[in-house]
Design a protein around this ligand. Structure first.
Ligand code: ATP
Ligand code: MG
Length: 265
């Protein structure tokens, strides 16, 4: 079992390698599905293009997401095997400061996986975890996978659902049920990114601490100010601007070269 990181801090791709180690540990603990590794790899590719940092449009989406969470009557944070491997502490903290409930919701409900994710969340400090076992007794007819099973006290009755790294079918189903959907997705072209109410095009490990700070900052604001933020937000614009960041970065790199020092040799 890989317990500690084998990567040295000075390795140029140290951060990315550490995340891969978290993902493989997630698989070893039955928290993450093998298909989750593929989804992570797809995310990495987009992160490389994005420049592996939070962008200005990403930050605008984070502010709108924080205001949407604070205005919700009943918000739920949906936790899958990838986020449980990458940032469970941040999910528990976001739940604590926003009042949103935590619900395990996974594509492949294989034996023991929900319980393994619940354990990770409880170890990270969660007191209540919805959606495990028989608790996921409600069905969403709009969704055609195991994820249609949800907790009647959680996603089923939620008005706002935070579903990072989500599959397009499920996001579409939640939207059709009239819910507001907030997502984090490095691919601005994915169906989830395109369907959602608020799409944060960023790596979930960078977005979560920023989302927590924004919720803390906006918690003291009055409802009118929060509504103003939500009403003036355009996800279409944020998606276009996120793609433009990628486009411009590629243009710049294609003109200047990626690793100047290597090319100059
Ligand atoms: P869709 O079903 O929405 O069209 P997809 O089939 O390409 O998208 P899924 O596997 O269903 O992708 O969902 C996973 C999504 O999560 C992908 O778009 C991937 O880019 C993104 N992703 C993976 N890892 C991360 C991460 N660490 N941070 C943010 N996004 C990520
Ligand atoms: Mg998909």
């Amino acid at each position: 079992m890989t317990r500690e990181s084998h990567v040295e801090e000075k390795h140029p791709r140290a951060e990315s390698i550490k995340l891969r180690e978290k993902m493989t540990r997630g698989v070893e603990k039955n928290v993450t599905a093998l298909a989750g590794l593929l989804a992570h790899g797809r995310g990495e590719a987009f992160d490389y293009i994005l420049g592996e940092e939070t962008t200005a449009p990403g930050m605008r989406a984070i502010t709108a997401a924080a205001a949407t969470l604070l205005l919700a009557d009943h918000a739920v944070l949906s936790v899958n095997g990838n986020v449980a491997a990458l940032c469970p502490e941040e999910f528990v903290e976001l739940s604590n400061i926003s009042g949103a409930k935590l619900e395990v919701n996974i594509f492949h409900r294989l034996p023991g996986r929900e319980e393994a994710i619940e354990k990770v969340l409880r170890e990270a400090g969660a007191e209540e975890v919805l959606g495990v076992g028989e608790d996921a007794s409600a069905r969403i007819d709009e969704i055609y996978s195991d994820r249609r099973r949800v907790d009647p006290e959680g996603i089923f009755k939620a008005d706002v659902v935070f579903v990072p790294l989500e599959d397009g079918d499920r996001t579409e189903g939640l939207m059709r049920m009239g819910k507001k959907v907030i997502t984090v997705d490095l691919n601005p072209m994915s169906r989830t990114a395109q369907y959602a109410t608020v799409t944060i095009v960023d790596n979930v490990v960078r977005a979560m601490p920023l989302l927590i700070s924004e919720v803390e900052r906006l918690r003291g604001e009055d409802v009118e100010e929060l509504r103003r933020i939500v009403d003036s937000y355009s996800n279409r614009e944020v998606l276009s601007d996120s793609m433009r960041v990628m486009l411009e970065r590629l243009r710049e790199l294609s003109e200047k070269g990626v690793f100047l020092e290597l090319h100059d040799r």
